[in-house]
Design a protein around this ligand. Sequence first.
Ligand SMILES: Nc1ncnc2c1ncn2[C@@H]1O[C@H](COP(=O)(O)OP(=O)(O)O)[C@@H](O)[C@H]1O
Ligand SMILES: [Mg+2]
Length: 265
Amino acid sequence: MSAVLELAEVTVRRGQSLLLDRVSWVVREGERWILLGANGAGKTTLMQIAGAQLHPTSGAVGLLGELLGTVDIFELRPRIGVSSAAVAEQIPRDETVRDLVLTASYAVLGRWREEYDAVDHDRADALLREVGVAPLADRTYGTLSEGERKRVQIARALMTDPELLLLDEPAAGLDLGGREDLVSTLSVLAHDPLSPATVLVSHHVEEIPPGFTHVMMLRGGKVVAQGQLEETLTAEALSATFGMPLVLEHHDGRYAARRKQHHRG
Ligand SMILES: Nc1ncnc2c1ncn2[C@@H]1O[C@H](COP(=O)(O)OP(=O)(O)O)[C@@H](O)[C@H]1O
Ligand SMILES: [Mg+2]
């Protein structure tokens, strides 16, 4: 399958620090990647590269068949769906949920809201159903719980029918129920063959939705391990990623991790 995203030896330097250090990575159509790493590992920086928001200091980035630096990024960006804290901050609190999803295509197509046609309305409603918030369509964003907001953000990111979906820590700040609802929603999306290639950033293996296929593990801007999820996500790789000995469990398609206890005798 063809590459949606292709990084070759990508380095991002800020002063003396290397935010990313020679990262090479290929994301293909149909793949669903988990990007794991501790706070400060470089996950958001990598997502900014993947979303054409940031150019590397060195290395090459192929995105949707184009080479970053040789194309108009304003033509690339609408083909990439992004949900992140930075995007969420821009969302007006007094918009209705349905309009928020609809305006994603407005921002891209430059049309007035009055001119949305039935196809757009149907797509917005279908996406709200798919992420499980259809009954909230007429509520304003400001009245939603954090978990409901996260799901609306994902519907909005999908509205333009992107070829690449980037979700930067969508489970951050959710309570247990909210996290479990989100994991279920993301699992439905992961199993949908029509969903775009997806990268989901997290620092908790408990948040990995069943149906995700690959994992990229970062520490200090460097790749610790990457590849097929089941064979790459091991206790050893996870321990190296988080810098402490960890035990990893895998049951019913879900993962859990905790610190390895020292046993005497
Ligand atoms: N403009 C910048 N200048 C210097 N350091 C930065 C800058 N932006 C981010 N960093 C640092 O780069 C590291 C990686 O950040 P980030 O990609 O946001 O990590 P993550 O998303 O994995 O938590 C962090 O240590 C952060 O403090
Ligand atoms: Mg981050």
